[in-house]
Design a binder for this molecule. Structure first.
Ligand code: 1GP
Length: 246
């Protein structure tokens, strides 16, 4: 079996932490910038490339994914903010259920809309429990999803939520403070979730420095997702990659 989920699980079992670079699909409007980001990600040995966002302002989503796939030798994984963010050019999609919220559309509604298209595209769907955590300010995802993030200092709620997700059969947990958040998920919260679930833990939002990256990995994160820090400074990907892989 050679699927993206399998590769994440294999890395996790081997104790290899992974870096996912998040590409905002609106990057597709600036192909030079997109190319530079993807080439840097590959040179820096990023393990995965995520494409997606809570709010799409460009119509060229499919073209963006196609370009990323052409430019990259890494698995391309969709991180969709809506059912319109699907593309047959990707290797896999995080089939996200927003389990920290109580918005029925984001727990099951959009999934029903997306499922037939997804089946027709023949791309791997990774059932993922998405937990939005307070990162110090409202983010696009909190606004668009109309959900209340988990309190930053309540690891017990996060652990119980992730455990429920695992009992529901989800195959990965994604803890996110949202793009551009002021702070990342706390190591204490990651550790509490790690103790409860035997699933890959993906962590994103507000990760900007090597010390934070290291502490999140040490707490039990398996995949770190970084977007804004690389948009601001594309060269930073090299030191962050070294910190995560080291
Ligand atoms: C957001 O986890 C991602 O969903 C990445 O966040 O842009 O803050 O790195 P940043």
């Amino acid at each position: 079996m050679s699927t993206v989920l399998h590769s994440i699980e294999t890395a996790r079992i081997a104790g290899r932490k992974q870096l996912a670079v998040l590409i905002d699909p609106d990057f597709g409007q600036d192909e030079v910038r997109l190319e530079r980001t993807v080439q840097n990600a590959c040179m820096a040995k990023a393990d995965l490339i995520f494409v997606g966002g809570s709010l799409l302002t460009s119509a060229a989503f499919d073209r963006c994914v196609e370009l990323v796939k052409e430019l990259s030798d890494r698995p391309v994984v969709l991180f969709p903010g809506s059912p319109s963010q699907l593309s047959a050019h990707a290797d896999a999609v995080l089939f996200l259920s927003l389990i920290s919220g109580r918005n029925a559309e984001l727990l099951i509604g959009h999934h029903v809309t997306a499922a037939p298209s997804l089946k027709a595209m023949c791309i791997e769907a990774i059932p993922t429990g998405y937990m939005l955590v307070d990162g110090g300010k409202p983010t696009t995802v909190s606004y668009v999803s109309q959900t209340i993030p988990l309190p930053h200092d309540k690891p017990g709620i996060a652990a119980a939520t992730a455990l429920a997700g695992s009992y529901l059969g989800l195959r990965a947990i994604y803890m996110d403070t949202g793009s551009g958040a002021l702070r990342a998920v706390s190591p204490a919260m990651i550790q509490a979730v790690r103790e409860q679930v035997d699933l890959p833990i993906i962590v994103g939002g507000g990760i900007r420095d090597m010390n934070t990256a290291r502490s999140l990995c040490k707490a039990g994160a398996d995949v770190l997702v970084i977007g804004t820090a690389f948009e601001d400074d594309p060269e930073r990907i090299f030191e962050m990659s070294a910190a995560i892989h080291g």
